[in-house]
Design a protein around this ligand. Structure first.
Ligand SMILES: Cc1cc2nc3c(=O)[nH]c(=O)nc-3n(C[C@H](O)[C@H](O)[C@H](O)COP(=O)(O)O)c2cc1C
Length: 366
């Protein structure tokens, strides 16, 4: 794909586009695709990952394969994580290779939730919003196994889980990614929270569509506290899990645009606020902070453009603040942009529901 950028500039797909803070050289966005190649004890990306992604750096943007935010998030074999130093260092090699080849790459943060199996958790049941079997399939070291009835996450566990997303966002920043995508589709934990069949909670995270979306909102707040709001996207499908209709994501803030779709596939904010300061964030109390101070350290000598940008912003003292009632910036769809005109006109909303192929959950984690 790396020769795409050399094609003469009449093809709309090959025109540049601004996506939040990212200026993409073309509109080809590579979908996140799990390859199950982290076949090592650490679940760390390997040199093969770096080669694979660098080979695809001609795309305007690469969405990295879903990466687990914690050990509790695991639901499939050989899928890399982004919660340890070794994993972060492995991803740093990937981003370095992609940047060296002229590309951009964002990290997709994933959590399998109930769509997992005790074999991934030392015999302990995985947890979801409620104790309801999602009837998914989990690939374990012994092969594919049916999901079981999970534990329901306690309120404290939900707070801890949100903290793991935040720490993963810190690690993604340290690894030199250009942005983040929250995996909120099909069988993943965010989609489980959004799904009225699987989420029967009666607390702040269930019983209405607004409350079912609270987990996603909290995750967005947590990762935005690390990255700012203009490099974060959400992948949410027009179809729900196990064939149910799409989980509707309610609008959290008053609308500032004339159109929106509750079932967009991927939305990206376009806020101009881009302050990111992981060092400061590590010392700033947050409702989503893990109970103990994060111990992850930055991979050795950051050299990527992202690292340099982050360092610059660290020194200017800016920090993104947002009142809960403030309107969000308008979302832009990242994948499958089919209207170059709309996509070229931020901050108006450019969303559409894309065709999403029905997946075979028995062969591929998504
Ligand atoms: C091998 C494979 C692995 C995939 N892994 C992921 C993944 O890690 N995260 C994700 O959000 N989607 C994943 N997907 C789904 C794709 O990103 C994409 O949404 C899907 O293929 C439908 O594409 P379409 O919307 O262009 O039809 C995967 C798809 C395939 C075929």
């Amino acid at each position: 794909m790396s020769d795409l950028t050399s094609v003469p500039g009449t093809q709309p797909l090959l025109q540049p586009v601004q996506l939040g803070a990212l200026k993409l050289p073309n509109r080809v966005v590579m979908a996140p695709m799990t390859r199950c190649r982290a076949d090592n004890e650490e679940l760390a990306p390997t040199d093969l990952h770096a080669t694979y992604y660098a080979q695809r750096a001609g795309a305007g943007l690469i969405i990295g394969e879903g990466a687990w935010v914690s050990t509790d998030a695991i639901g499939f074999i050989n899928v890399p994580g982004i919660y340890t130093d070794a994993q972060t260092a492995g991803w740093a090699k990937v981003t370095e290779a992609v940047h060296s080849a002229g590309g951009m790459i964002v990290s997709q943060l994933g959590h399998a939730g109930a769509a997992s199996h005790p074999d991934h958790h030392g015999g302990r049941l995985p947890a979801g919003p409620s104790a309801i079997n999602p009837h998914e399939m989990s690939f374990t070291p012994d092969g594919p196994k049916d999901s079981l009835t999970p534990r329901a996450l306690s309120a404290a566990e939900i707070a801890t889980t949100i903290g793991t997303y935040r720490q993963a966002a810190v690690n993604a920043l340290r690894a030199g990614f250009d942005g983040l995508e929250i995996h909120a589709q099909v069988s993943h934990l965010v989609a489980q929270f959004l799904n009225p069949r699987l989420n029967q909670r009666t607390d702040a995270y269930g019983s209405s569509s607004e409350k079912r979306a609270q987990f996603l909102f909290d995750v967005v707040d947590a990762v935005s506290s690390v990255w700012g709001s203009d490099r974060i996207g959400i992948k949410s499908p027009p179809t729900g899990i196990t064939g149910l209709p799409s989980p509707q994501i309610p609008r959290r803030w008053p609308s500032t645009t004339s159109s929106s779709s509750a079932s967009t596939t991927a939305t990206w904010p376009t806020s101009t606020s881009s302050a990111r300061n992981p060092t400061r964030e590590l010392t700033t109390p947050s409702p989503h902070s893990p109970a103990t101070a994060p111990t992850t350290t930055a991979p050795s000598s950051p050299t990527s453009a992202s690292h340099k940008r982050a360092a610059t912003r660290s020194s200017n003292g800016n920090w993104p603040t947002r009142s809960p009632s403030a309107p969000p910036s308008s979302p832009i769809q990242t994948s499958s942009i089919d209207s170059p005109t709309a996509a070229l006109s931020p901050p108006t909303t450019a969303t559409r529901t894309s065709r999403v192929a029905r997946r075979d959950t028995r062969t591929t984690p998504q």
